[in-house]
Design a protein around this ligand. Structure first.
Ligand code: MNH
Length: 487
């Protein structure tokens, strides 16, 4: 059986009950935050029992670095990710690394994330940002930040990758696709938590399955329709992510993606391509609104680069120059990695530095919010937001919001370009005021996002900045495919 850890005892929180394990100590709507609380002080390797199913978490930065070694370990699919396969199949995110469609899709889609491709997305990203700005210019009161960031990122991924406009800024409610995707994903995850329960579990699963069938059906019909319309358009269509999947064969093997797999990829990119970036933008705006000095510096940077015209749009090359904004974003993703974990397992049976033996059937989940706040590495101010904090002891190895190795995020550059571009336009144009009585609450969908966070935005007059701000210590460039520093 998988994930037995050869029967070894691992540190585990108190109050574990027979059959139920720690389930009564978990808030069903905030499982990640519950686990963070439960595992505190027990690290770096902690076991949680949910209804007889074992979950092993890595909460220490040194140990996480050990797991990031690609020669010993690779991505593994913990139950919560495995459950997504009923929806996303062997799409890029949920495929096993040795499944043929992973390498095929990885190779085929790499051209959609080159610099040339990013340059072609740039004007589309600017267009979506302008629609957000039109909405905020007209806002009669405080804006719902997370909802609007989700509008923005859904439009960006839809338009750049599939030529699909969701009309998010024309509607008051979110597009039905958002609800359908979230329902499919969260239910899949909840079902994963019940697999060790034979009797009750089966009933519970069947009820959830029925509830979600309509939503999955909607999402699949929507995607099939996008694909069909593109096919009907004939040769005239564009060479975006969808175009590549429909038209291109692997340069060496001549293989193509199947229709079923293309559907999985479209669903994967729609989900992976917007939720996480939306959360990252929302957390960054939260911290900016809470740190006036940081906001002032970030605004000065936008003035220095974009000048005094509030309608100025950054060029592709200018986006890379927002070094301070990039640090703000990185620091927000350190504290709240919106994809809060990833699974790793050994290629061969191995002994960890903790002394525990791990077989290829075992999985450990890197608990990123804990890893990213490990005081051993980040010091006593680990929990504080400080975009200018010095690089930590382990450098980038202790900060992996985009995962690691060959299975690291393929959309990293896409997300960073989009997020910096949008933040630049917003801070150049607006002053931000949060409600001082708001206390950060984090809501857990598939990803982490601020909950109920509103901002009052008022137009500002961009100044001619006194002196352009240059970041002092520049982080080394990181390869988007390996997550390792590019040499
Ligand atoms: Mn993304 C994989 C985080 C934006 C598409 N992404 C990952 C992983 C993390 C991650 C972590 C690795 C998971 C694992 O090892 O199991 N992603 C993010 C974050 C953001 C993000 C924090 C934004 C901020 N991701 C994006 C965007 C896209 C995208 C934007 C698409 C345009 N991500 C993916 C895909 C994968 C992935 C696809 C799976 C890659 C693979 O396994 O080959």
């Amino acid at each position: 059986m998988a994930n037995t850890w050869s029967g070894q005892r691992l540190p585990t929180p108190e109050g574990r009950r027979p059959v139920f394990g720690h389930v009564f100590q978990l808030d069903r709507r905030a499982v990640v935050q519950s686990i963070l609380r439960l595992t505190e002080g027990l690290g770096p390797l902690v076991e949680i029992d949910i209804l007889g199913q074992r979950f092993v978490f890595v909460t220490g930065a040194e140990l996480a670095r050990e797991f990031n070694d690609e020669t010993r370990f690779r991505k593994s699919l913990p139950p919560g990710i495995l459950a997504l396969r009923s929806f996303a199949g062997d799409g890029l995110f949920t495929a096993y690394s040795d499944e043929p469609n992973w390498q095929l899709a990885h190779d085929l889609l790499a051209p959609a994330f080159t610099k040339a491709a990013m340059q072609s997305y740039h004007p589309v990203m600017l267009g979506a940002a302008s629609e957000l700005i039109d909405k905020w210019d007209r806002a009669p009161g405080p804006v719902d930040v997370t909802a609007d960031m989700t509008r923005l990122t859904l439009e960006t991924i839809g338009r750049t990758s599939f030529g699909q406009d969701f009309g998010s800024f024309e509607r008051d409610e979110q597009h039905p696709m958002v609800g359908a995707m979230l329902a499919a994903l969260t239910t899949g995850q909840r079902m994963a938590g019940t697999t060790a329960l034979p009797g009750v579990g089966r009933l519970l699963r069947r009820r959830l399955e029925r509830k979600v069938a309509d939503q999955i059906g909607y999402a699949e019909r929507f995607v099939d329709d996008v694909i069909a319309r593109r096919r009907a358009a004939g040769d005239a269509h564009r060479h975006d992510l969808l175009g590549i999947m429909l038209d291109d064969a692997h340069p060496e093997t001549g293989e193509r993606l199947s229709d079923v797999n293309i559907r999985y990829q479209v669903l994967t990119f729609l989900v992976a391509g917007h939720e996480t970036t939306s959360g990252a933008l929302s957390f960054a705006l939260y911290y900016l609104s809470r740190n006036p000095e940081v906001l002032r510096k970030a605004q000065a940077e936008t003035d220095a680069i974009l000048g005094s015209d509030p309608d100025a749009e950054p060029t592709y090359d200018q986006v890379a120059r927002f070094r301070y904004l990039r640090k703000v974003l990185d620091e927000a993703l350190r504290l709240w990695p919106t994809a809060p974990g990833y699974g790793r397992g050994p290629r061969e049976t191995t002994v960890l530095s903790t002394g525990h033996t791990m077989t290829p059937e075992d999985t450990a989940i890197m608990m990123l919010p804990a890893v990213h706040r490990d005081p051993e590495v980040w010091g006593p101010t680990a929990d504080q937001f400080d975009p200018e904090r010095p690089r930590p002891k382990l450098g980038g190895a202790s900060n992996r919001p985009f995962g690691t190795g060959e299975r690291a995020c393929i959309g990293r550059q896409f997300a960073l370009h989009e997020a910096v571009l949008v933040l630049a336009r917003l801070l150049h144009r607006y002053d931000l005021a949060g409600d001082p009585s708001y206390r950060l609450k984090v809501s857990e969908r598939l990803t982490l996002v601020p909950k109920g966070f509103e901002l009052t935005v008022t137009r500002r007059t961009p100044g001619a900045a006194e002196a352009p701000i240059e970041a002092e210590d520049e982080a080394p460039a990181v390869c988007p495919f390996t997550g390792q520093p590019a040499s």
